[in-house]
Design a protein around this ligand. Structure first.
Ligand code: HEM
Length: 497
């Protein structure tokens, strides 16, 4: 008598070895409390009304608490759930987040279907949505232009001058009205960004920014929204025209130059001057930079809000800003820490997604190829109950001896990490810290908009940046005194020498 092999009646996900999914109730809770607030707020461009609602209802805090509760009940393995026919896994353990990010792009590709659908609206050839050889060529090119490992970018001198020039105009308006609002800041910020990325000729090209905003709005709908192909073509042509202008200026010898050994002025000029491997599409990388600089603007205003409400940290920040003249480029470690804290507390990429290219093995089982791993950074950045920094504003976390520990902490991912981590981090921190130093140089700020932000209570999980409003006070005496002190120190040093 032959023995029939035992027939399994189990559904595929219960095959021995595969991690079980969350219960239907918990899966719904993940969608409702973790994914929806992020999707509602706008993944690619934030929506003002939705941001206000998310802040008012404390939805983000609920999301953090939800993930913490799931981690306690289900244990450390990624928690599997399905949505719209796709398999997702919510990463609950910082070490697993590290594994996913360091295994990018071979085992965990950043070019997920969801991201490709969204970002193709305005950056079809961006490195983040590329794979294989093209990704490698694009990443190399981007790192080269952005000076990824360097805390002070080769164009820092011109960057500093541009940031200070635009900030002076912004502060002039703020002094007249007594107020600094998000709308005023945003106008000034985009002028700065266009000059830094595309060159001075783009300073007043608001149309380009508006086109990008429209494409980003369409991208918020990922794959379900209509493609804006004509608008995309118009926008990309406009971006390329600035690179062509920079290349032409270089050829004819009329290119603007900074004082730093003849380095070209804008990132577009560097794009034109940097050799690229086939498939890199140099100008095609620029839309991501413009888009991502928006997040740096949010981080700047949020850091200012933290400083306006935390006197002790503000005193250290001001002392750093006053240490030497700000006219030249400087590394400002404490102000960089403030920017990093703004992004840790309110991540501008609340969901980092990676899609597995093969089956992956975890502590208690496997997950199939094609699983989308979801890293919920608001939870990872604050959710570890043992960590003292959780809900507090702690710029010192990122300075001096502490920095090494923060960088090694797998839960802290303000700029992601690993081979697809943000190649613009240093450039962003230079830009934001320079702007913050300029804003603090001779002015103080009272936050007029968010009474819930103060050092005696946990930092709220959402800060609607659109609603930020500061009362601005000119503080000439302190700056003059600081300059006098700096001059005095310089003289003393010279005398000692
Ligand atoms: C506060 C500002 C910024 C933050 C917090 C930030 C954070 C991040 C994060 C979390 C990622 C990973 C995204 C993912 O895997 O889905 C990323 C990727 C990236 N960022 Fe940034 N970013 C910022 C600004 C910038 C700027 C200004 C640039 C360029 C000038 C830039 C260039 C890039 C690029 C090219 C990638 C894709 C890297 C790759 O796929 O290899 N970022 N950034």
């Amino acid at each position: 008598m032959t023995t029939q092999p035992a027939r399994t009646t189990e559904p595929k996900w219960k095959e021995p070895g595969e991690l079980p999914p969350a219960s239907a109730r918990d899966a719904a809770a993940v969608v409702g409390d973790v994914l929806l607030p992020v999707l509602a707020g706008g993944v690619i461009v934030r929506r003002p009304l939705a941001m206000r609602a998310v802040e008012k209802t404390g939805w983000d805090r609920r999301g953090i608490e939800r993930v913490r509760g799931l981690r306690e009940r289900y244990g450390p393995d990624p928690l599997r759930f399905s949505a719209r026919g796709r398999t997702y896994a919510l990463v609950l353990e910082p070490e697993d987040a590290h594994r996913v990010l360091s295994g990018t792009p071979e085992t965990f590709t950043p070019a997920t279907w969801e991201k490709r659908g969204a970002l193709a609206q305005f950056q079809p050839h961006g490195v983040l949505v590329s794979g294989g050889q093209e990704r490698a060529a694009r990443r190399r090119f981007v790192e080269e232009v952005l000076d990824t490992p360097q805390p002070v970018h080769r164009t820092a001198e011109r960057l500093t001058a541009t940031v200070r020039d635009e900030a002076a105009r912004l502060l002039g308006e703020a002094e007249r009205s007594g107020l600094l609002t998000w709308d005023a800041f945003q106008d000034s910020w985009w002028r700065t960004v266009r000059r830094l990325v595309l060159g001075d000729a783009a300073r007043d090209d608001r149309t380009l920014t508006e086109q990008l905003q429209q494409l980003r709005s369409a991208a918020n709908w990922s794959l379900v929204g209509p493609r804006r192909r004509d608008l995309r073509a118009t926008f990309l042509r406009r971006v390329r025209s600035y690179v062509d202008q920079a290349a032409e200026a270089e050829r004819s010898g009329t290119g603007e130059r900074s004082g730093t050994g003849g380095a070209a002025h804008s990132l577009a000029a560097l794009v034109a001057a940097t050799p690229a491997a086939p498939g890199a599409d140099p100008a095609g990388q620029i839309p991501h930079w413009l888009f991502a600089y928006d997040a740096a603007g949010m981080a700047t205003m949020r850091a200012l809000a933290l400083l306006a409400t935390h006197p002790a940290q503000a005193a250290t920040a001001r002392a750093e800003a006053a240490e030497t003249a700000l006219e030249g480029p400087r590394e400002l470690p404490y102000l960089r820490g403030c920017a990093l804290e703004a992004v840790r507390l309110w991540p501008t990429t609340p969901l980092i997604l990676r899609e597995s290219t093969e089956e992956t093995v975890w502590r208690d089982g496997t997950l199939p190829a094609g699983t989308v791993f979801v890293l919920h950074t608001p939870y990872l950045h604050r959710g570890e109950p043992a960590e003292p920094y959780g809900d507090t504003f702690t710029p010192g976390l990122w300075t001096g001896a502490s920095e090494w520990a923060a960088r090694a902490n797998p839960a802290l991912l303000p700029f992601s990490s690993g081979p697809a981590g943000c190649p613009g981090e240093n450039l962003v921190l230079l830009t934001v810290s320079t702007l913050l130093a300029t804003l603090l140089e001779a002015h103080t700020y009272t936050l007029a908009s968010h009474p819930g932000l103060n050092p005696s209570v946990p930092v709220p999980a959402t800060l609607d940046h659109f609603a930020l409003r500061f009362r601005v006070h000119r503080d000439a005496v302190r700056r003059d005194a600081a300059h006098r002190d700096a001059a005095h120190r310089d003289t003393a040093h010279r005398d000692e020498g």
